[in-house]
Design a protein around this ligand. Structure first.
Ligand SMILES: Cc1cc2nc3c(=O)[nH]c(=O)nc-3n(C[C@H](O)[C@H](O)[C@H](O)COP(=O)(O)OP(=O)(O)OC[C@H]3O[C@@H](n4cnc5c(N)ncnc54)[C@H](O)[C@@H]3O)c2cc1C
Length: 279
C-alpha cells in the first residue's frame, strides 16, 4: 500500500503544467487524487512524476460564456452540487454531483479527474453524454475540442492523451426537464446503472446517457428514436425504456450480472424519463 518513488511538482499555471507533461518522462496529472492515489498505492500506476494541478486557479470555475455554461476541469463535485448558476441553468449537473460517493469524495474529487479516468461506473459520463457536452483539451500542440460522443474511448480510457490536460467542460443551458436516477453499489456509491435524461418537451425529443452498464458509458439511441416525435406519457416512456440495453454488451462482475444490469438500465431509464417529464 506504499506507492513507488516519484517526483512531485506543483505548477501554478496551465502552461507550466503542459510543459512539465511534455518534458517529463512518464508523468501523470494529479487532480483530486481519489482515483490516482489508490491506483499508485496498489502499484497499478507508477508514474515517475506527479504533476499536481490543484494550485492552478484558472481551472476551477463555473460561468456563462458565449451562451453556454463552462466548468473548469478542477471544479470539485461539491462546488457543482452547490452552484446556484448551475441549479438555475443546468440542474442536471448538481443533481448528478449530489449522488457521487460521500461528502469527502465530493469535496476533493473533480469533474475533470472523473471524466479523464473514464471509470465505467462513474456518474458524470451519463450526464455529459445526455447534455451533448464539449470537452476542451490542451497540450503542447495547442487546444482541441472533443464532443462527448467521442470522449469515452473504452473502459478507463478517454480521448485525453498522456501529454494533454482536460481544461474545460461546456454544456448548453437546459430547461428543468432533466433527471438522473442510479442504482448504486452500496459501499462506494459508484453506479451499477445510472441514467441521465434530458427532455426537450417542445420538440418531443429526449437524450439519454447510461453509465455503469457497459464497458463505457453510452447514449441510449434506441430509446431516443422510440420517443422522437411522440408525446411523453406512461405508455410511450415504458415502450421506449424497454430498449435501454438493446445492442449493448452489458458488464458482468461481482456487483451485478449482465442480465441484472440490463434490467436495471431499463428500470432506471423509465424512472429517469418519468421524473424528467414531471418537472
Ligand atoms: C470511496 C470513493 C467513492 C467514490 N464514489 C464515486 C461515485 O459514487 N461516483 C463517481 O462517479 N465517482 C466516485 N468516486 C470517484 C471520484 O469521483 C473521483 O473524484 C474521480 O474518480 C477522480 O477524480 P479526481 O479529481 O480524484 O482525479 P485523480 O484521481 O486525481 O485523477 C484521475 C485520473 O485522471 C487524470 N487526470 C485528472 N485530472 C486531469 C486533467 N484535468 N487532465 C488530464 N488528466 C487528468 C489523472 O492523471 C488520473 O489518471 C469515488 C471515489 C472514492 C475514493
Amino acid at each position: 500500500m506504499i506507492p513507488a518513488t516519484f517526483d512531485y511538482i506543483r505548477p501554478t499555471t496551465l502552461d507550466d503544467a503542459i510543459i512539465a507533461l511534455a518534458t517529463r518522462e512518464d508523468a501523470k496529472i494529479l487532480a483530486g487524487g481519489h482515483s490516482l492515489i489508490p491506483a499508485m498505492k496498489l502499484r497499478l500506476a507508477q508514474p515517475k512524476t506527479v504533476i499536481d494541478i490543484a494550485r492552478i486557479a484558472d481551472l476551477d470555475y463555473i460561468r456563462e460564456q458565449d451562451g453556454k455554461i463552462v466548468v473548469g476541469s478542477m471544479t470539485t463535485h461539491y462546488t457543482i452540487e452547490s452552484s446556484d448558476l448551475l441549479a438555475e441553468n443546468c440542474p442536471l449537473l448538481p443533481e448528478v454531483a449530489a449522488q457521487i460517493g460521500d461528502v469527502q469524495v465530493r469535496n476533493r474529487g473533480t469533474i475533470g479527474g472523473s471524466l479523464v479516468h473514464a471509470d465505467p461506473a462513474a456518474d458524470w459520463p451519463a450526464a455529459i453524454l445526455a447534455l451533448d457536452a464539449e470537452m476542451q483539451i490542451a497540450g503542447a500542440n495547442g487546444r482541441r475540442t472533443v464532443a462527448s460522443k467521442d470522449f469515452f474511448v473504452e473502459m478507463m480510457q478517454s480521448a485525453v492523451q498522456p501529454n494533454e490536460i482536460l481544461v474545460e467542460i461546456r454544456v448548453p443551458a437546459t430547461p428543468r426537464s432533466v433527471a438522473y436516477v442510479k442504482f448504486a453499489q452500496k459501499a462506494s456509491g459508484f453506479a451499477i446503472a445510472g441514467v441521465a435524461a434530458v427532455l426537450d418537451k417542445a420538440r418531443k425529443a429526449a437524450s439519454v446517457g447510461v453509465t455503469g452498464v457497459a464497458a463505457k458509458a453510452y447514449r441510449a439511441t434506441a430509446v431516443e428514436s422510440a420517443l422522437r416525435g411522440k408525446t411523453m406519457n406512461a405508455e410511450s416512456i415504458r415502450e421506449a425504456a424497454s430498449k435501454a440495453s438493446d445492442d449493448i454488451e452489458t458488464l458482468n462482475d461481482i456487483h451485478a450480472s449482465a442480465e441484472f444490469r440490463a434490467h436495471l438500465a431499463i428500470v432506471n431509464t423509465k424512472r429517469a424519463l418519468e421524473l424528467a417529464a414531471s418537472r
